[in-house]
Design a protein around this ligand. Structure first.
Ligand code: SAM
Ligand code: DTB
Ligand code: SF4
Length: 329
């Protein structure tokens, strides 16, 4: 029996009004605040725009897994690294809709479909558009992440009814080249502007734990907050260290430092949903609770992220109940 009742989240259309300018220095100052002061500021901002008891629930499905030509050093789906991921073809529309129905029954309000592509081929986009139409017809919000898009491809997805496009900046402009060499930061910014121009909500964030320093974390958050309009949804991932990837042995992310990044995202992007994204499986319940206190108000719910395990659903239900929190109306 689902404990999380499906409800639609608040309309985020109003969520991306232009905010004040945030420089990297401003964000570094935030990250360096005494922890109680930082969390207090984040809480104050969070409560001005959201009910702090509510969490938006998304479910992820990998619709095309592995075999990706890109070299993102964190990613188990890159064909360049010897990981346990087996490459597979794009799923059939029916199979995706079966998974979407299950996610809806489990309380998700948004269904996110990810493909391990550098960018989609036009004939694959036809199939993804059918998936978007079908998922939307179930009453779920739709999100896809397919790699780089042209303006025309973004408009096609919009016409199919796509609500959100996920495309992460991942890290600061300065650290980026140490993590990915097969596409540039500017390529990512270009895709984000095609998505924005097509009228699709932007889901854009990054990863903590890629060997970056505090200045890079500030650079990522400042870049996100200074986009012409901040993203409506900001996933903050803790690196999931996967055997076979170049970052498999990266030092684990300090939980308090991770909470600081969440708080900085909340303060600088007050009306955006901040998603406590990948990495929850390895986090304690207490660290997750601190993330919620610092303004995270969205999670991925379900047994799997794209290829790696997510926090168990029982554990999530128990945690939200222990915290007196609930799925967003
Ligand atoms: N291939 C498309 C792309 O990269 O734009 C879409 C899928 S890709 C897997 C989506 C995002 O997942 C990446 O940008 C990255 O931020 C995140 N990601 C991938 N592997 C991860 C890992 N091991 N730990 C944390 N986040 C990860
Ligand atoms: C995002 O920022 N995190 C999600 C989603 N966007 C697509 C992906 C996390 C992937 C974690 C590694 C894996 O499961 O393959
Ligand atoms: Fe490919 Fe996306 Fe993984 Fe990079 S993050 S290797 S583009 S699937």
């Amino acid at each position: 029996m689902p404990v999380l009742t499906p409800r639609r989240p608040a309309n985020p259309q109003a969520a991306s009004s232009p905010s004040r300018e945030w420089t990297r220095r401003d964000v570094e100052e935030l990250l360096n605040l005494p922890f109680p002061e930082l969390v207090f500021q984040a809480q104050t901002v969070h409560r001005q725009h959201f009910d702090p008891r509510e969490v938006q629930i998304s479910t992820l499905l990998s619709i095309k897994t592995g075999g990706c030509p890109e070299d993102c050093a964190y990613c188990p789906q890159s064909a360049r690294y010897d990981t346990a991921v087996d490459a597979s073809r794009l799923m059939a529309v029916d199979a995706v809709l079966t998974e979407a129905r299950a996610a809806l029954a489990q309380g998700a309000s948004r269904f996110c479909m990810g493909a391990a592509w550098r960018s989609p081929k036009d004939h694959d986009l036809d199939t993804v558009c059918e998936m978007v139409e079908g998922v939307r017809a179930l009453g779920l919000e739709t999100c896809v992440t397919l790699g780089m898009l042209t303006g025309l491809q973004a408009r096609r997805l919009k016409a199919a009814g796509l609500d959100y496009y996920n495309h992460n900046l991942d890290t600061s402009p300065e650290h980026y080249g140490a993590v990915i060499t097969t596409r540039t930061y500017q390529d990512r910014l270009d895709t984000l502007s095609h998505v924005r121009d097509a009228g699709i909500h932007v889901c854009c964030g990054g990863i903590v734990g890629l060997g970056e320093d505090a200045a890079d974390r500030a650079g990522l958050i400042a870049t996100l907050a200074s986009l012409p309009r901040p993203p409506e949804s900001v996933p903050i991932n803790a690196l999931v260290r996967v055997e076979g990837t170049p970052l498999a042995d990266a030092p684990p992310v300090d939980a308090i430092d991770f909470v600081r990044v969440i708080a900085a995202a909340r303060i600088t992007m007050p009306t955006s949903f901040v998603r406590l994204s990948a990495g929850r499986e390895a986090m304690t319940d207490e660290a997750q609770a601190l993330c919620f206190l610092a303004g995270a108000n969205s999670i991925f719910y379900g047994p799997k992220l794209l290829t790696t395990p997510n926090a168990k659903q029982d554990r999530d239900r128990t945690l939200l109940a222990r915290l007196g929190m609930r799925a967003m109306a």
